[in-house]
Design a protein around this ligand. Structure first.
Ligand code: DNO
Length: 348
């Protein structure tokens, strides 16, 4: 297992050498952020990013994310060109030594939360999802934390309607057709594709969402039964539904060699199914990090792990979920568990 940290490129306020100072971290996962969704990432840009990362003695083997254009998900408009571009991106990334690409197939919004600024009793701040608040949101009036600037009112209304008409089965079909095009390319170039589950794992605003639970993951993996078609198993996304057994998923899909990337964070699930993002430490949330890492360890997982969203602590201000301090605490905690597991088994 390799412990890595997300880095948002040159606009990230966290310098690479700060990340390097976290002892357990061996590399970063990043992306090209200044190219429009759907377009080709020039090889020179990727190589420049790699050079910058490697200058800080960090590895660069994982991308999060190469975003999938809405036209591909809807199979409309310029989808043929965008799929060709996606393939070219896989090829370019492989040339730069990238081994794993994380992406998602969530319509319209990636993650959804009702607040980015939930104040905990200890003064720390995190993202949270309160069901009653999301139910009250009128998406047409668009005030959804994190997404307010992504679309205008008219675009959002049309887009949501188009997805509602496409429906769940339509979205599955489009995902299958996309996989049939890109996985052979990934295979040829030795890149492992790792889909991220829907966050949170349930339908929102009547928009279809299809990567939510074990049944969906089984169906997804069968769509293209090859190791290059794999998973980013995100504990905070899948684990915020009490009907998902994340540990069982690690055992099952880990055994099949289909997990390539693990996002690890904790969530506190409330009685009504709402959740608050918490510190990684097990007693702070509803997920048991020791059980989770034990499952990864015992299944012989050799992919990438990253600490996921952190709280804002010690007065830090920054990108919600992606400050330095709490993610660094999370990384050290995860690293400590891994070291313990290895030493108990006498492997180190
Ligand atoms: C949120 C992230 C997601 C993730 C994408 C992967 O913090 O976990 O935005 O990067 O869903 O495509």
């Amino acid at each position: 297992m390799k412990l890595i940290m997300r880095w948002y490129g040159k606009d990230d306020p966290i310098p690479l050498n700060y990340i390097k100072q976290i002892p357990v971290i061996s590399g970063v996962v990043s992306a090209i952020y200044d190219i429009k969704v759907g377009e080709i990432w020039p090889l020179e840009k990727i190589l420049k990013l790699k050079e910058e990362i490697e200058k800080s003695n960090l590895e660069f083997e994982v991308i999060e994310s190469v975003p999938v254009h809405e036209d591909i998900k809807l199979r409309r408009g310029n989808y043929v060109k965008f799929i060709e571009n996606y393939k070219q991106n896989i090829i370019n990334l492989a040339k730069a030594g990238i081994k794993c690409i994380c992406y998602n197939f969530m319509p319209v919004f990636d993650w959804t939360r009702s607040t980015l600024n939930y104040l905990h009793e200890d003064g720390s701040i995190s993202l949270a999802y309160f069901k009653d608040e999301i139910e009250k949101v009128d998406v047409k009036e668009l005030s959804l934390p994190g997404w307010d600037e992504s679309y205008n009112k008219e675009e959002i209304t049309t887009l949501i309607k188009t997805y509602q008409e496409l429906g769940t089965e339509g979205l599955w079909k489009n995902l299958e057709l996309f996989l049939k095009e890109i996985i052979p390319v990934a295979k040829e170039h030795g890149v492992k594709m790792a889909i991220h589950p829907d966050d949170p794992p349930w339908d929102i605003f009547g928009i279809p969402r299809i990567i939510k639970n074990e049944q969906d993951l089984d169906r997804f993996l069968k769509l293209y039964d090859d190791i290059h078609n794999g998973l980013t198993l995100c504990s905070g996304s899948l684990g915020c539904s009490t009907s998902n057994d994340y540990v069982r998923m690690v055992e099952k899909y880990g055994e099949q060699g289909r997990i390539h990337f693990a996002h690890l964070r904790n969530v506190k699930i409330l009685d009504d199914g709402s959740f608050i993002e918490s510190a990684h430490y097990s007693p702070c949330g509803s997920l048991d990090m020791v059980k989770i890492l034990k499952a990864y360890y015992e299944v012989g997982f050799n992919g990438y792990i990253r600490p996921d969203h952190g709280r804002m602590i010690w007065g830090e201000q920054g990108k919600p979920g992606y400050g330095l301090y709490d993610r660094a605490l999370g990384a050290m905690y995860l690293g400590g568990i891994i070291e313990t597991l290895e030493k108990i088994k006498g492997n180190k």
